[in-house]
Design a binder for this molecule. Sequence first.
Ligand code: BGC
Length: 741
Amino acid sequence: MKLRPVFSVGCAVAALAVGLPAAAEPVTSADFAKAEARAVATLKQMTVDEKYVLTHGIMAVPFIPGTVVPADGVLGAGYVAGIPRLNIPALTESDASLGVAWVGGLRHDGATALPSGLAQAATWNPDTLYAGGAAIGAEARAKAFNVLLAGGVNLARDPRNGRTFEYLAEDPLLSGVLVGAAIRGIQSNHIISTIKHFALNGQETGRKYVDVKIAEGAARESDLLAFQIGIEQGQPGSVMCSYNRILGKQGCDQDWLLNKVLKQSWGWKGFVMSDWGAVPGVEAAINGLDQQSGEQLDKAVFFTGPLKAKAAADPAWAARVDDINKRVLTAIYATGIDKFPAKPGGTIDFAAHGQIALDAAKQAIVLLRNANGALPLAKSTKSIAVIGGYADTGVLSGAGSSQVQGEGGPAAVRSVGGDGPFAAFMNQQYHRSAPLKAIKALAPQATVTFRDGRYIADAVEKAKQAEVAIVFANEWRAEGLDQPDLSLPDGQDALIAAVAAANPNTIVVLQTGGPIAMPWLDKVAGVLEAWYPGARGGEAIASVLFGDTNPGGRLPVTFPASLDQLPRPKLDGADWVEPNFAGDAAPGKDQLHANYDIEGSDVGYRWFARKGAKPLFPFGFGLSYTSFAGSGLAIAAKGVSATAHFTLTNTGKLAGDDVGQVYLVSRKGEARRRLVGFQRVSLAPGASQQVSVTIDPRLLADWKDGGWTVPAGDYGFALGRNADDLGPVVTVKIAGKTWKD
Ligand code: BGC
């Protein structure tokens, strides 16, 4: 087994006590090794026909013509039949990037909506992602699901990507560590988790056919490294391959990616499931795909008859079919879904899970601007004008397969049009946690007014009458569509500018699915980035506004100052591909290419550093109501192993959280910019904490000639407040080394 745990980033793994089966704990690589031996024994007992059961499954929704969800299936994203004779359970699959999904409104049983992936990443706290994963895994069990389609970890290569809200970050270390923690939490419930979408699924525009070009070294050092770390730390039972093409081949039919990298180089023992409608033909099996998911969405069911015919004619194909079965069984046994079956009708502790969502949302909120200490607001404030963003109703969420809804369904649904069964997946939905109510609760003496913001003059009038104006500005994103630019839609920029001109104490609360532009930034007193804050988001926002929570979130993505700063100022295909959730073929689809060699592995802040470009807000940025200092950076290096030691001190008057960030800034005299370690700490006023982070040698290395190379020489490191604000450089000699995965 070549996979190994890496990094110590202070991620204590404590099994959460809420709703878990007894003795639940994360799945380890040792569990996979034992499970594989059992899988081989079961394989020997399988008949020829039984070998074509685990190879394919349906989308388990009645609205696809001809679909009948079997009696042991559960309404959700997928179903793969089991083999009762061999005590092999059916796989019952739900989408679960942010909670157990509501499947376009088909499910009415409610689930806890965690904050968006980007929000969770803004916590920089693996413990928080573990707790969220453990909670949604427990909810899945209670609803009889045993596979969660979770673990979205595509790097934010483009801030316009419509699915940025579902993913984590632009950096492979941050993304990999956090997704690993979420997967550990999910699988601690005897549930299989995926990690997805493998790989380089960097845009939604033309997602089913866009062809991504990237050199192997650049891919290994960036997007693939996020997956590699996530797999090492999380040990997911399954990898979901992606829709897009990579070097001319679809992700689910990509021999290099699935066989050579994932299975051979990384030695991963689980199974690759396809994305829904992503299988071009039976050859995908030889190219590394193990299971055809959502088979009604493909042109044919390839992984039954056609696969059987190939195996009957060719021993190499027969061996592949055995390997497929061994891999699916290994994941089943490693996670124990056969011994600890998830049953319907379980109870969910919504109060406890809501608390987990609330904690995550509070930790995630990033304070972007606080002119003259405008925030926190005094609870004695006499009058507050709340404006816009459906703040009287609930908090925004992102759309697509990851959409979750709580008990009672959405507080409000704003249709964006479309027709057919998939249109319901594409509405703007609000969770039942109204910021207005939460604000009123924390400022009981204040007169609080609300205007929806549709009429600027009316909102301005209210803002003039109040001590403080709080404008809620929303930017909705959805799977299947990218943003045309980074502006706030529906005239909200003009609304904010007008309110700010009327009231100097204007605070903007953003609910966005990714970076946005802020043309009004220096006109407003304060800005909070609340992302899509999940089931209890309204309370989290109010808690930060009034200082019950001191904001400690840090940006997991760069906010560009303009689109010109990006590697691709124009998103490939944006001018001619029709936005389409189903994302099916468009005329000229073979012409859609995305050249990731432009930036290579310099994604996000690394690109900005390479170009010397100044973003609106850098990666890692976040203010606080207190102040912090980092000091005493020392790097202990032995061979290519290095550990960073430093001290974080709360130099202000309030308790708060800081995130220590260590960056590589130079290698052998050449400038570099790379996050190599991080840790979030809570500090009382005046308190200090010593922090140590282990630096993974891959973060110092180049991938070339089929392996990693760390050149011997001087390496410069610095503590950063963020990727652009670096402390003194500490230089150490690192010994050279070359190695394979
Ligand atoms: C998405 C996947 C999802 C699947 C099943 C696809 O459209 O890309 O993330 O798991 O549908 O709903």
